[in-house]
Design a binder for this molecule. Structure first.
Ligand code: PHB
Ligand code: FE
Length: 328
């Protein structure tokens, strides 16, 4: 097969359900009506197709994110910022002890092209992997159509701040961003600006709550402001974060509305470490040696504060920096 990419993707003929199989190194991927199957030399694994596609969508859209993206307790990726490990059982104590884990390293463009082709082939018409379960159709069944508009949608990454002239724009009814049904009570007024004479074009402000109330997606942090390495990445959440994120640095969470429950585990073994319930106004720091998955009983606004300093993973893994921001 061929895809619109300079990198070659290993794929084969569609099976009886219409889905093509994919290979990446010694990993083999296939899907049928309900499930995705992952095989590697020492094992095989099965995941629900909707859970797999939701995780795959985020891994692709976030360019493999910070640290580890676990699709579940077995398979996932580690970002080395230029190359990516694809693993099975690597961060699972039982697989490690049984020596059944497997990992391979790929250049980012190679794994990205394969994941994009798989996401494209396996996402049916009407299923949006970024949407909440009640706002999308089904992922299941024999292959029918595609949803390219959803899986390639623009990811907001401001270079300075949303609303600054020339940067990411505001959301409105007119540009296809209606207020979400669960944020109907969020005020839509914008701040008044009174810049001093001569500075009119240089000062910007916007209503972050109004902006988030119009987000069409869930569990998809947008970069809305940048100050050096400090990135404000707010997001709206509903149902379950489709990945289990393994940190390679500290992340701060500020709960802007409603409630989230976080399941926090040891990053390397998956052993339980904490349950954290965050209500509006709560702030937490997620340590660099954990993995976490969030649950949102209703649509909620969360500010994820990231430190994008590329030296952090090395400083933390070599012990030069602690894995927590403060020692109490
Ligand atoms: C996280 O892993 O920190 C994370 C990812 C996506 C979200 C929120 C938090 O929407
Ligand atoms: Fe995280």
């Amino acid at each position: 097969m061929s895809v619109a990419s300079p990198v070659s993707v290993q794929s084969g003929e569609a099976n009886q359900h219409g889905y093509r199989p994919f290979r990446l190194g010694e990993f083999a991927f296939s899907r049928d009506e309900y499930f995705v199957y992952v095989e590697w030399p020492t094992g095989k694994h099965v995941m629900s197709a909707d859970a797999f596609l939701k995780a795959l969508q985020r891994d692709v859209a976030w360019q493999f994110f910070y640290g580890i993206v676990n699709f579940d307790g077995v398979v996932g990726t580690v970002n080395h910022y230029g190359t990516v490990d694809l693993f099975a059982g690597r961060y699972n104590d039982a697989y490690r002890k049984a020596e059944l884990d497997h990992q391979e390293n790929f250049g980012t463009p190679v794994i990205k092209a394969t994941f994009e082709a798989m996401l494209d082939d396996w996402t049916n018409e009407g299923f949006d992997p970024f949407a909440s379960p009640t706002e999308t159709g089904s992922a299941f069944g024999d292959k029918h159509g595609d949803n390219r508009a959803a899986i390639t949608r623009h990811r907001v990454t401001a270079s300075r701040m949303v609303s600054v002239p020339g940067d990411e724009g505001l959301r409105s009814d007119d540009n296809g961003h209606p207020v979400n049904r669960q944020f109907a009570d969020v005020g839509q007024d914008e701040p008044e600006l009174h810049p001093a004479a001569g500075f009119e074009g240089e000062v910007s402000s916007f209503n972050l709550f109004a902006y988030l109330s119009r987000s069409p997606v869930t569990w998809n942090p947008s970069v809305v402001s940048v100050c050096g390495d400090s990135l404000y990445c707010p997001t709206t959440e509903e149902y379950i974060l489709p990945i289990i994120h393994g940190n390679d640095r500290v992340e701060w969470f500020i709960q802007l509305s409603d409630e989230l429950i976080w399941n926090v585990e040891d990053r390397d073994t998956g052993a339980a470490r904490a349950k954290v319930t965050m209500r509006a106004g709560d702030v937490s720091a997620m340590p660099a040696d954990i993995r976490h998955q969030g649950y949102a009983p209703k649509r909620a606004m969360l500010l994820v504060w990231e430190n994008a300093d590329p030296d952090l993973p090395g400083l933390i893994s070599s012990g030069q920096l602690p894995s927590v921001p403060i020692q109490i």
